[in-house]
Ligand binder design. Structure first.
Ligand code: CP
Ligand code: NVA
Length: 321
């Protein structure tokens, strides 16, 4: 696979040893190359020929929150690349008893080749990355979910044959998934319109930074409170849960505040007929999305979930090889 070698070596030369905390820290070319590598690794894996690029490498995976996709796809991805992974819940580590995250970062750097962490606080993950001498990968924080966004791009590219020039309509909470999706779309020149209820908008600074990246790639980032505006002529319709992990106490209020923001048959009539429905999962049917849409013919959510495996392998093979 000459193409694989070329793309991977190019990525290794720019990304080896680098953290993945947010896609804002990556160039558009790096993001685009990661998607190409993910698709190639997927094809090779399906032929039973995933290259053992990470022989002898160990990834620690630290979780402060639940996970199905992130945990399993990272674990299987390391295995397919010939490396090893270790799962731990943060409460089982000494950080659960107050050991400083800075000391933890320094200690873990002596044993491991990389750390993947799912944490409540993005600031905490930044602190870990500052003190660790090995790459730190963000497996979801309160602000970003970059690995999800890479899998999202891969899924769109593989089904639409292109990314540049498409339109994504995101309807729902201006949360971690929305932030990473906006940045990812900007890097590949896709237009993205985010519709949130009043009071649940995306972080303005992230939107401004993404808008600058989008401009350089010939696309736009727009925000609105109108779901129809987001979905109008969209190639991709995206949503996420209304209540993220850690916000459970707000769930009753959120149910009321988001009630006009459901992706349902009425709303998707405004999208292109061949629109793709995406959701990072887990989903709450009949809340943020109607069952008829998520289980309907335009839904790609399970392929999207599978692509976490290949997109993350592309990241691991670039920053760790
Ligand atoms: N989409 C996602 O990150 O899923 P998990 O919470 O199951 O990891
Ligand atoms: N926004 C959701 C995503 C879960 C993968 C959360 O943070 O709970």
């Amino acid at each position: 696979m000459k193409l694989l070698e070329e793309v991977q070596l190019k990525l290794v030369s720019s990304l080896k040893g680098k953290d993945l905390l947010t896609l804002l820290d990556y160039t558009s070319e790096e993001v685009q190359d990661l998607i190409k590598l993910a698709t190639q690794l997927k094809a090779l894996t399906k032929e039973g020929k995933c290259p053992k690029l990470l022989d002898g490498k160990t990834l620690a995976m630290i979780f402060e929150k639940n996970s199905t996709r992130t945990r399993i796809s990272f674990e299987v991805g390391m295995h397919q690349l010939g490396g090893k992974s270790m799962f731990m819940h943060s409460r089982d580590l000494q950080i659960g008893r107050g050991e400083p995250i800075s000391d933890t970062g320094k200690v873990l750097s002596g044993y491991l080749d990389a750390i993947m962490i799912r944490a409540n606080s993005h600031e905490m993950v930044k602190e870990l990355a500052e003190h660790a001498t090995i790459p730190v990968i963000n497996g979801l924080t309160d602000i970003y979910h970059p690995c999800q966004a890479l899998a999202d791009l891969e899924t769109i590219a593989e089904n639409k044959g292109t990314l540049k020039g498409l339109k994504v309509g995101y309807v729902g909470d201006g949360n971690n998934v929305a932030h990473s999706l906006v940045v990812a779309a900007a890097h590949v020149g896709m237009d993205i319109v985010v519709a949130t209820p009043d009071g649940y908008e995306c972080n303005e600074e992230i939107i401004a930074k993404a808008a600058e990246i989008a401009k350089a790639n010939g696309s736009i980032v727009a925000v609105t409170n109108d779901p129809v505006e987001a979905v109008m002529n969209a190639d991709v319709v995206y949503t996420d849960v209304w209540t993220s992990m850690g916000q459970e106490e707000e769930s009753k209020k959120r149910l009321a505040d988001f009630k006009d923001y459901q992706i349902n048959d009425e709303l998707v009539k405004f999208a292109k007929p061949n629109y793709m429905f995406l959701h990072c999962l887990p989903a709450h049917r009949e809340e943020e999305v109607a069952t008829s849409v998520i289980d309907g013919p335009n839904s790609y959510v399970f392929e999207q979930a599978e692509n976490r495996l290949h997109a993350q392998k592309a990241v691991l093979a670039s920053i760790l090889a």
